[in-house]
Design a protein around this ligand. Structure first.
Ligand code: NAD
Length: 340
């Protein structure tokens, strides 16, 4: 029988998780929970999802907007095996009490601290660690991107040090209340929290990170400098490792992808659900190996990179697949991801 899933919090991440869960052969989306009756609630109803009222939301507000509801979030939780929490940063920790009281399993997002769950997760890095677990946290968008790259690289070539500068998008495209719209903001935490977060899934990776915020909504970009104990033979060998791995899309130099605008244009042309770009994006001409050192850029579509990871986390928790490769194969096929 398929595992019954609820999604609590239906914003950028929650609505994508709901769509992804609905496409899985071994998962059933029972319903979603939302605080406000906005256009996203209307669209959820149009897709046939049952909408429940979350947080401080009221039935009166949904009734007034003409959005049909099936009950409150606690009624939804009682019908499922697991809740994927996609509420705003730090709200998941509060919601965790609901899940615990109901005795259901839970998946949290990267805006929560790692102690919200038994284990932090990224499929390529530590799929097996989530097997049979009751509470799992899928790491954030930047951490997912670095963890995927860290897993692919460090399993082939021992790494001495890894420094990543994270050029962060200021806001998601729909967020009208965030900035800056003109300026570059250093993150005054040196090194930044992303390195320790990567170590929650790859404890041995000697990574340090710094971050700046820039006025774009499209994607994050990571500037990576890796020093190896035993390096890849050359750039071609390193590139082949990324090209051969799930969850990476490598643009050839001939493709004319100068940066994130064309990467997103590619995603719009490809036309997956919401034109999402769930892979780490690399450039053939944005990677170099010189002796024991390597440098490469990667871009991360913050709104969608964690979606396949949430699906794999669910499969690991309920042991629906024997290993990461089997789970990712189903996830990638159902979400339309193909290797570049
Ligand atoms: P969001 O603000 O787009 O969506 C959150 C939704 O939860 C909103 O619809 C909000 O109304 C609702 N909500 C508020 N209080 C709630 C409650 N008590 N119970 C249930 N729902 C409630 O946020 P998001 O960007 O989807 O982020 C969700 C989580 O995913 C955060 O932990 C965030 O750090 C993480 N994340 C976000 C991104 C990103 O780029 N947007 C990427 C990776 C991970």
């Amino acid at each position: 029988m398929a595992v019954r899933v609820a999604v609590n919090g239906y914003g950028t991440i929650g609505k994508r998780v709901a769509d992804a869960v609905a496409r899985q052969p071994d998962l059933t989306l029972v319903g979603i929970a939302k605080t406000r009756p906005n256009f996203e609630a209307e669209q959820a109803v149009a897709k046939g999802y049952k909408v429940y009222i979350a947080g401080d939301g009221t039935k009166d507000a949904f009734d007034a907007a003409g959005v049909p509801t099936a009950g409150r979030v606690d009624e939804l939780i009682r019908q499922v095996d697991v809740v994927v929490d996609a509420a705003p940063d730090k709200v998941g920790k509060e919601n965790a009490k609901l899940y615990k009281a109901a005795g259901v399993r839970s998946v949290f997002q990267g805006g929560e601290k790692s102690d919200v769950a038994e284990v932090s997760f990224s499929a390529l890095a530590n799929f097996d660690a989530a097997k049979g677990k009751h509470a799992v946290r899928v790491v954030s968008c930047n951490t997912t991107g670095l963890s995927r790259a860290g897993a692919v690289v460090s399993r082939r070539w021992p790494v001495t040090s890894w420094e990543a500068t994270i050029v962060r998008r200021a806001a998601d495209p729909a967020e009208t209340n965030r900035g800056p719209i003109n300026g570059i903001l250093p993150t005054f935490q040196l090194p930044s929290h992303h390195g320790p977060d990567v170590k929650t899934v790859l404890p041995q990776l000697p990574i340090t990170t710094t971050a700046v915020v820039v006025p774009t909504t499209l994607m994050h970009v990571h500037v990576n400098h890796v020093r190896f104990a035993t390096p890849p033979r050359d750039g071609a060998e390193l590139l082949a490792a990324f090209r051969g791995s799930r969850r990476f899309h490598v643009f050839g130099a001939w493709e004319g992808v100068d940066g994130t605008p064309q990467a997103m244009e590619f995603a719009r042309d490809r036309g997956l659900n919401r034109n999402d770009l769930m892979e780490n994006v690399l450039w053939e001409n944005g990677l170099k190996v010189d002796g024991h050192d390597a440098w490469f850029f990667q871009a991360i579509h913050q709104e969608s990179i964690v979606i396949p990871e949430v699906v794999d986390a669910l499969r690991a928790m309920f042991e629906l697949a024997p290993d990461a490769e089997h789970s990712m194969a189903i996830t990638d096929r159902t979400l339309g991801l193909t290797k570049s």
